[in-house]
Structure formats: structure tokens, C-alpha cells
Write a protein that binds this ligand. Structure first.
Ligand code: ZN
Length: 662
């Protein structure tokens, strides 16, 4: 594209700022890659129009199930993350106090609103610990995303040196003058005495402390107040606390929290690998480099994702993708075919996004068959548990397993009380343990080391509809997958295992419920304090999962947030939504769940059919070399940096070759 920007080549006064604009010349400004600039001036005219705004259609015929993350999706698409309060406003992305690694790529975006677009002049100055820093490389994109707004975006920048960097932006326009300053912290690698070669990152989605406690009660048992055993995640070398809020809100979702773990940058609800700018095009947001991109570019490491969700779901997608909206499943999957982002192992649900539109159940609106495209890239494909075992036996370099159209079924429905009507044609799905073993088998042949995500996804997906037993059995399954990872890592001796959650959830363990009690209403059979005693789950097979999720005395699950719903406090043989949307979009009690039980009045807005994430901190646990730094209170972005430190990874500048092996 021909540079159509007009530039102010007069030597601007430095405004007393360390990041002086002096020395800026036309030649320097156009000199992409020639070391960059410490400052730049961009005038408003000649902007490129931003793409058309996306909308979300919404309809309800009769009663319909609601998406637990839908309301935030609606808000995120209906407006911008931060609407200016009036007057001339300046916003800089990445945000103040953002953390970086030298060499890691990011886009720098300046948004000036409340301006007259023709007369606007934007001055950007960057200063490091030793004065002006030539950060700005290349020709910036200039856009006007809405009336009275001018944006400037530099793509693919990277800081060269560690230390605090100050980005100062001054905007002048006929409407006034505005200024913003952010400080970016560029962190040096703090390598442990013996760096690791591999990282296994285990994420229990929505796994707050209650899910862990309930899993321990059901899986290990408890006698006179002492547990009869500990979970795998209880027995890690170090433990800390993670705070989970995003840059837009105290309440996070799985997208921006996973993005924090995978990029070291906070983001907004529903966003992956990008900051939420004001561009209406979800694919034009300013990007930050993802774990997959950094590890592949720096060291040629293998990357794997294993999940019980659709592989395009927020948590696995966070490993490689850049999207403003986590619901962009097709875009997320298409990005996985880009060589710089491509995982080497992809195991989970989500076949709907792989199949061409002609196939039943396809989510695509084109004729691409991504299973074939991945096979063309050297992947071996498995559609069932049996095929997964066969595929692993052939020692493939790359492995794609897609075992259901949508999310995989939960452990109770897959393994404990399989129901043909629930499973449909997907009767041969692997467990999370089997998928973890398969991924490790493939990735362990990578000379350069690997990063593997193991996600217990339905710990979250079953807490949203307030199904305690299904959430807890999936927590036990996740814990057993952690056991697979730990045993592999202990044998290897060169591997860090990190276990955490992305956010807390509404579930709480209050006491027990005595299902033998004919009391009416059912809440009269809930037992608290000394009356609670002990539940009667029994595991005669010793597999860690109680034989019957519906014993006489069960856990009494309470929910901090909920819609209007009825609850008999007993396990449901078949899953049922607690509430459904009526034609007016109002959540009402689902008449088919616990019919006849007392309806509990909700505390959420009327459009919410599920309970929602909560803001409390979550655990992080770690074992192996470098695990000692996973203690204390960590921001979720710290977790990224501590994994990078454990690997002693030095990220090369974007235009330089990768590290050579030792
Ligand atoms: Zn959730």
C-alpha cells in the first residue's frame, strides 16, 4: 500500500518528555525496519475507514436455553469496552502497567476520540530507562472507527531491552488537546538454576476451591474430619493464589483470563490474544503474541492442546489465536492452520468447525474441510477413542483428534451412567487422561521441548447450569489427568507442571442433603453444621470416581448467583438446564428440571439463565524445576512470565533468527 499519510517533519518540541521527537525526519518515518523511531507525528486526514460493525441476532421461540456467556458477548459487540465520557479522550493500548518480554511482538494502538478528524495531530513519544527508544517501526495504520475518533496502529513492534518504558501521546485537534501516558514494564528473563525443557499447563475451567474440596470428598473420602487421601493437585511442590480480573472488569471470563496466561497481557471479556480496541472489526484489534507463537518462533518447540470442550473454545484457543470474540470459532480454527500459530497436537471436541457446510452438524459457511487440511499439514486424524489409540501407535509427528461435534460429554454421561440418547453417535470418546497420555506420547519426541495445555473444561460448563455432581466428577477426571502429567514429568525430570483455574465460580459446598428424607419442601432435607455429618458416596471399584453420583446422603451444593429455578438438591440422572428464556428474553424456571420442587428466586438480571463466574482468587500449584516461583499472590499475567522464566526463554526480535539449541 502506498503511504498516504501526511507527516509533520518539523522538529517538534519534546514537551519536556524523555522521549523526544527531535530528529524525526521524513526519511526516518518511512524507513520501516531501519531501527524504528522514538517518536512520531501523525495527522488526521486520509484515514482508512474501519470495517462494518458486527451485530448479534437474538430470538427466542418458546423457551430456549441461553448461552452462559451470551450477555457479555452482547455487551461486547454492542459497544466498545470503554466509551469516552465526553471531551477529547486518549487511550493507549497496550495499557498502563502492561508487562512484556524483550522481543515479544505486540501492536501499539492510540485512540483519540472527541476530535475533529481533519485537524487532529497525534504525537507519540517512547522513552526507556536511558532515554528515547526507537520502538516505532513501519508505517502505522490510520483509521476512524466512529465519528469524532482517530486511531493510529503500529503492527508487530517489540521492545529491545528490559526496563520501564514510557509511552506518551499528545493529541491536538480543533476540539482541544488531550494527553495520555502509559508505562510498559519489559521484564528480563529470571531463569532458574536448572531451566526446564517442557511445560505442562493444566487448567481447570472455573475450578474454584469448592470444586477442589468437593472432588477430594468424593474421590478420596473423609473420616472424622481427616481426608482419607489427597488429590493429585493437592500434592504439588508449591502453591499460590492468582487474581483473575481483566482490564475491563472485575469479573472475567475464560477468554481474557486464558489470554493473560498465554500472552502475559490482560484483556477484556471475550477477547483472545488482542486488546479490545474501538475498531468494529473483531479481527483488526491490536494483537499481542501468544504462547504458541512465542515458543515456536523462539525455540521451535512443540505445542499441544487437550480439552474436553470444543477445541475452538476460549481456553484452548487462547494458546494460539487472536480474536476479539471467543465465539469466532471458524476464525479461531482457520488461524490454527497458520504455520506460526499451528499447534502440533489438537485433541477434544469441536468437529462442527472442521467439517464443510455440506456435512451434517457443520458450523462452517464454506466448503473447506479442515480435517483434510490438517492431514495435508502432516496431522494424523482420530475420530474415536479406538482410533486415537491406533493413531498414537503409528508415532505421528502431529495429531488431530476430534471426538464430538460440540463439547465432549461430561464424565458422568460418558463413563458412569452412559445414556444412548445423550451420547448419540459419539459412544467412543476418550477420557481426559487418555488424551493427555496421547499428547505426551506425540510431543515427547520433540527435541526442542514442548508446551501442552490440558483443560478440564466442563468443571465450568456444568457449574453454569448448577449441576454440582457433573462438575465434581469432571474435576476428578481433570485431577487424574494431572496425575498422568505429573508421573510423566517425574520420569522426564525436565518438565514443569503448572495447575490452575481461570476464574472462580458460583458453587459452594454447604453441607449435605439427605435424599431419604421425605421432607417438604426439599430444602428441609438440607443438613448444615453438626447435622450435615458425612455424605455416603462409595467407590467400590477404587477408580477414584464414586460408583453412584446419587447416594442417600449427597453434598448440598449452594450457588452464589442464580436465575429463578427449582431445586430438589438431588443429582439429576439426565442433565437439565435450570432456567430457560421465554419469548420476551426473560429467564424462567425450567419446568422439566426438578418438577414440583420449590422455585428459588434468582438474584441475577432477568436475561441470565445460568449462574455466572465470580471474582474471587483461584489456586495455582506447580511441581518441577522453576515451580518455586508459583507462590504468593500472583496476577494472572505473572503466570505467563514465570513459565517463560522456567524455560529460560529469550524471545528473539521479530526480524531476527530464533535461538540456536544448546
Ligand atoms: Zn464459564
Amino acid at each position: 500500500m502506498a503511504p498516504q499519510n501526511r507527516h509533520d517533519t518539523s522538529n517538534e518540541p519534546a514537551d519536556g518528555d524523555g522521549g523526544t521527537l527531535a530528529g524525526l525526519s521524513r526519511r526516518g518515518f518511512f524507513g520501516a525496519g531501519a531501527g524504528g523511531l522514538a517518536g512520531a507525528v501523525v495527522l488526521g486526514a486520509g484515514v482508512q475507514p474501519a470495517a462494518g460493525r458486527t451485530t448479534v441476532a437474538r430470538s427466542a421461540q418458546g423457551l430456549v436455553a441461553g448461552d452462559p456467556h451470551a450477555p457479555s458477548t452482547l455487551r461486547a459487540t454492542a459497544g466498545h469496552a470503554r466509551r469516552p465520557r465526553g471531551g477529547l479522550q486518549v487511550r493507549i493500548l497496550p495499557i498502563d502497567r502492561a508487562t512484556f518480554r524483550p522481543g515479544a511482538r505486540f501492536d501499539l494502538r492510540v485512540e483519540a476520540s472527541g476530535v475533529d478528524t481533519e485537524s487532529t495531530r497525534i504525537r507519540i513519544a517512547v522513552a526507556g530507562p536511558d532515554g528515547p527508544v526507537p520502538l516505532l517501526v513501519g508505517t502505522p495504520e490510520r483509521t476512524s472507527s466512529e465519528p469524532g475518533s482517530i486511531e493510529v496502529t503500529y503492527r508487530g513492534l517489540a521492545y529491545h531491552e528490559a526496563g520501564s518504558h514510557r509511552v506518551r501521546v499528545i493529541v491536538s485537534s480543533r476540539t482541544g488537546r488531550g494527553e495520555a501516558v502509559v508505562v510498559h514494564e519489559v521484564l528480563q528473563t529470571v531463569a532458574p538454576p536448572r531451566p526446564v525443557k517442557n511445560v505442562i499447563f493444566c487448567l481447570g475451567d472455573g475450578m474454584g476451591a469448592p470444586a477442589v474440596t468437593a472432588a477430594r470428598i468424593l474421590s478420596k473420602g473423609i473420616t472424622e474430619g481427616k481426608y482419607d487421601g489427597l488429590l493429585e493437585m493437592d500434592q504439588m511442590d508449591f502453591r499460590g493464589i492468582v487474581t483473575t480480573s481483566g482490564d475491563d472488569s472485575i469479573a472475567t471470563d475464560s477468554a481474557n483470563s486464558m489470554s493473560a496466561y498465554m500472552t502475559g497481557h490482560k484483556s477484556s471479556v471475550n477477547a483472545l490474544g488482542v486488546y479490545a480496541g474501538n475498531d468494529p472489526d473483531p479481527n483488526a484489534q491490536p494483537r499481542v503474541e501468544t504462547m504458541a507463537e512465542i515458543l515456536k518462533r523462539s525455540r521451535g518447540m512443540g505445542v499441544g492442546v487437550v480439552t474436553t470442550a470444543e477445541v475452538q473454545d476460549a481456553t484452548p484457543a487462547g494458546v494460539w489465536s487472536h480474536v476479539r470474540l471467543r465465539s469466532q470459532y471458524v476464525e479461531i480454527m482457520d488461524q490454527a492452520l497458520n504455520p506460526g500459530q499451528m499447534p502440533d497436537v489438537i485433541l477434544g471436541g469441536g468437529r462442527a468447525t472442521l467439517l464443510p457446510q455440506s456435512e451434517p452438524g457443520s458450523r462452517r459457511q464454506d466448503d473447506r474441510n479442515l480435517i483434510e487440511e490438517f492431514e495435508d499439514e502432516g496431522f494424523t486424524y482420530a475420530a474415536t477413542r479406538a482410533q486415537l489409540a491406533q493413531a498414537v501407535a503409528t508415532e505421528p509427528d502431529k495429531l488431530l483428534g476430534s471426538f464430538t461435534l460440540g463439547n465432549m460429554n461430561v464424565y458422568i454421561d460418558r463413563e458412569v451412567t452412559p445414556d444412548p440418547e445423550v451420547l448419540g453417535e459419539f459412544t467412543d470418546q476418550p477420557t481426559l487422561m487418555e488424551m493427555t497420555r496421547a499428547a505426551l506420547d506425540v510431543l515427547s519426541r520433540r527435541e526442542e521441548g514442548f508446551f501442552l495445555l490440558v483443560e478440564g473444561a466442563s468443571i465450568d460448563k456444568m457449574q453454569h447450569p448448577m449441576d454440582g455432581p457433573r462438575a465434581v466428577y469432571d474435576t476428578i477426571e481433570f485431577d487424574q489427568a494431572i496425575g498422568v502429567a505429573k508421573r510423566w514429568a517425574q520420569e522426564d525430570g525436565d518438565t514443569l507442571v503448572v495447575v490452575t483455574a481461570d476464574h472462580n465460580h458460583s458453587m459452594s459446598i454447604i453441607g449435605t442433603h439427605d435424599a431419604r428424607d421425605e421432607a417438604s419442601p426439599d430444602r428441609q432435607a438440607n443438613r448444615v453444621y453438626g447435622d450435615a455429618g458425612w455424605p455416603t458416596y462409595v467407590d467400590t471399584t477404587g477408580d477414584g470416581f464414586p460408583d453412584d453420583p446419587d447416594p442417600d446422603i449427597q453434598l448440598f451444593f449452594g450457588w452464589a448467583s442464580h436465575p429463578d429455578h427449582s431445586d430438589d438438591f438431588e443429582h439429576n440422572d439426565r442433565f437439565a438446564q435450570p432456567a430457560l428464556l421465554d419469548p420476551d428474553g426473560v429467564a424462567v424456571d425450567n419446568p422439566d428440571r426438578d418438577p414440583g420442587a420449590l422455585v428459588q428466586t434468582g438474584n441475577l438480571p432477568y436475561d441470565q439463565t445460568n449462574c455466572v463466574h465470580t471474582v474471587q482468587d483461584v489456586y495455582v500449584m506447580a511441581s518441577g524445576a522453576g515451580s518455586d516461583r508459583f507462590n504468593g499472590v500472583l496476577d494472572n499475567t505473572d503466570v505467563f512470565h514465570r513459565m517463560i522464566d522456567a524455560l529460560a526463554l529469550v524471545v528473539p526480535q521479530p526480524d531476527r533468527p530464533r535461538e540456536t539449541g544448546e
